[in-house]
Design a protein around this ligand. Structure first.
Ligand code: AMP
Ligand code: MG
Length: 329
């Protein structure tokens, strides 16, 4: 049972979730919803993904709200082709080789993010790397081409539930919380994509999935299983994460000497996560504001952050803030 699914602050759409077909006119409608910052579930060869424009902060925050995710773990960015992928990440020879052999298909590459990629920082959880995948499902590809950009898309289920392989499963979990689902029938693989980390010198297997590790080892040589402390080795288990250089004080009502204040709701400051106390806006702004406050704070100074309510997206925000505030080695 997912404790988040009954949280009243989850985004509730005024209208029911639409079911769209995989016909071109419906995919054009789905692409328009995505451009407007909406959430659209779509089939891939692995499972149904919950898509949002990967460059829109609020749309990406909406994914976490709809799923009721208690953590801001980074999301996989789905691209229409290799050229689009190279706009977001820096490909080395290993990455090009894997892409040439396994894309389109159930392989996700974690690569150094390109400067000025335009991706919402929430997509990468503020990290300097990005997870990219070029899916092979005909409908996923057609939607990506109709949309003309990259889609952040974790599995289209409430947090803690089983990944959906049919449009009906998506609706069972997320009806009323997302704008639309594109019904493309049953997914073929049912397993999630294999995730491989190529953002350092040694390739790491970050998650086993649709492409066998042996197939990857045939190309890359022996793979590290990511046991190294500084690497995430399973979905959601990110040992390394974004943290500002300045120290962070949580649950602050006003700045003390030498602190840059980040407000929320009634607690003001020179910067605010959301003056109106909107948790989706706060999630969308969080990484931007932490960076900005870090720049303003300068050496030896600190950031103070207003209390964020521990409900709905507030739980994921607080989780991230607590990690950022924790003492570091
Ligand atoms: P999901 O989108 O739910 O299929 O899960 C995506 C998973 O990909 C995350 O939980 C991470 O484990 C992994 N991932 C995505 N982006 C990165 C990244 N930049 N660095 C390391 N792992 C990542
Ligand atoms: Mg999932």
């Amino acid at each position: 049972m997912d404790p988040d699914s009954s949280t009243p602050t989850l985004r509730q759409k005024p209208d029911m979730t639409q079911t769209l077909s995989a016909e071109p006119k419906d995919l054009i409608a789905a692409a328009a919803l995505l451009r407007a910052g909406g959430l659209v579930a779509f089939p891939t060869e692995t499972v149904y993904g919950l898509g949002a424009d990967a460059t829109q902060d609020r749309a990406v925050a909406g994914i976490f709200a709809a799923k009721g995710r208690p953590h801001f773990n980074p999301l996989i960015v789905h691209v229409a082709d290799l050229e689009m992928a190279e706009r977001f990440a820096v490909f080395d020879a290993r990455a090009r080789d894997l892409a040439a052999r396994f894309w389109p298909g159930p392989l996700t590459l974690v690569l150094p993010m390109r400067a000025g990629s335009g991706l919402a920082p929430l997509v990468t959880a503020g990290l300097g790397s990005v997870a990219l995948r070029l899916p092979s499902h005909r409908v996923a590809l057609a939607l990506l081409h109709a949309f003309g950009g990259a889609l952040a898309a974790p599995s289209a289920n409430p947090s803690g539930r089983i990944s959906p392989t049919r449009a009906a499963h998506v609706l069972q979990g997320l009806s009323g919380r997302i704008d639309a689902v594109v019904d493309g029938g049953a997914c073929a693989v049912g397993l999630e994509s294999t995730i491989i980390g190529l953002d350092g010198p040694v390739p790491h297997l970050l998650r086993p999935g649709g492409i066998a590790a042996e197939e990857l080892e045939a190309v890359l040589g022996p793979l590290s299983l990511g046991g190294d402390e500084t690497r995430p080795n399973a979905p959601g288990q990110l040992a390394s994460h974004y943290a500002p250089a300045a120290g962070l004080r949580l649950n602050a009502f006003e700045a003390q000497h030498g602190e840059v204040m980040i407000g929320f709701g009634a607690v003001g400051g020179p910067l605010t996560l959301s003056a109106s106390g909107d948790l989706i806006e706060a999630a969308a702004q969080m990484f931007h504001l932490l960076r900005h406050a870090d720049d303003l704070a300068g050496p030896g100074r600190r950031i103070a952050i207003a209390p964020i309510p521990e409900v709905g997206l507030g739980r994921a925000i607080n989780d991230r803030l607590r990690r950022a505030a924790a003492p570091r080695a």
